[in-house]
Write a protein that binds this ligand. Structure first.
Ligand SMILES: [Zn+2]
Length: 155
């Protein structure tokens, strides 16, 4: 893939067959899949909550083994949180309060990548945060794994 092909999504980081199929269509269409005007063309999960700045939904391609995997997608097309207004930055944390958390989700993780997907392991360039809920260690055993970037060879 060329850098231009990776403008909106990075197929190198796709994990699931149906995700790869959708991403190939996104590359062919040359559209940002998380921009509001395109989102429902590629994302088939319902919007759970919407604010002036963010859309809450469930991930179309949850990480292997998760119980719940939510996305908060910026309504502004950008790749870094510094490109957001202070109001939008604060609103992200307010939107976390709208995630339905039950007793089986006693702990979780927030992941937010930014910038060049060649550095951070993201599949979608458009800024988004992920809320991930797995099982307890006793229930699940194996760790949920995801890429956070690439190790430097200059240690
Ligand atoms: Zn976008």
């Amino acid at each position: 893939m060329t850098k231009e092909d990776k403008k909106h999504v990075n197929l190198d980081h796709a994990r699931q067959a149906h995700q790869i199929a959708v991403m190939k269509k996104i590359v062919a269409d040359n559209k940002c899949p998380f921009c509001v005007e395109n989102l429902m063309q590629y994302h088939t999960n319902p919007i759970l909550k919407e604010s002036e700045h963010w859309i809450l939904t469930e991930n179309l391609a949850p990480y292997d083994g998760v119980k719940k995997h939510y996305l908060l997608i910026s309504k502004k097309h950008c790749t870094g949180f510094w490109e957001l207004s202070p109001e939008a930055q604060v609103n992200l944390f307010e939107m976390f309060n709208h995630v339905r958390i039950d007793d089986a989700m006693a702990g979780g993780t927030i992941v937010m990548r930014w910038g060049d997907t060649g550095y951070n392991g993201a599949t979608v360039t458009h800024l988004h945060a992920q809320l991930i809920f797995g099982a307890s260690r006793e229930e699940g055993g194996e760790k949920i794994l995801t890429a956070l970037g690439y190790k430097s060879k200059k240690l």
